[in-house]
Design a protein around this ligand. Structure first.
Ligand code: FES
Length: 153
């Protein structure tokens, strides 16, 4: 059911943990299963210098987060925003369809961490420029998830 790469990342996940003095923190909840994901980022010169995750999610969530954080590390904010769940799943050699919703968690939490980073810096123009206003709105309202995007799961 899972590829060797998924197993490998599940058994030996990269970038697990918390960054105490993070520049941005993003948390999302998964309405399909109720699991939570938090991503922490450190940003330097517009690049993601360090990234860590914590999750209560399943094996697929752990493996996809491990892969997504590896993909994001060292990238510019703009590049990191291009990391889609499909790209993460592809890098892992595919995921069972019923597990695709788990792979959303890291990408969504990363987007929120980026919004939080700009928000902390008062850089609301950048949030607008990158089309992240919807995330900001949801974060300010304290909404943990994004139902519409998970419905097909
Ligand atoms: S089933 Fe909850 S994150 Fe995968």
């Amino acid at each position: 059911m899972y590829s060797d790469k998924v197993f490998e990342h599940f058994q030996n996940p990269r970038n697990v943990g918390k960054i105490e003095d993070a520049d941005g923190v993003g948390t999302v909840g998964n309405p399909v299963c109720g699991d939570l994901m938090t991503i922490y980022i450190k940003v330097k010169d517009g690049r993601i210098e360090d990234i860590k995750f914590q999750t209560f999610g399943c094996a697929a969530a752990i493996a996809t987060s491990s892969m997504a954080t590896e993909m994001a590390k060292g990238k510019t904010i703009e590049e990191a925003l291009q990391i889609t769940r499909d790209a993460v799943a592809e890098a892992l050699g595919g995921l069972p369809k019923q597990k695709m919703h788990c792979s959303n968690l890291a990408a969504d939490a990363l987007r929120r961490a980026i919004v939080d980073y700009f928000r902390k810096n008062g850089n609301f123009d950048k949030i607008k420029e990158l089309g992240l206003e919807r995330e900001l709105e949801k974060m300010e309202k304290g909404e943990m998830d994004d139902h519409g995007e998970y419905c097909e799961a």
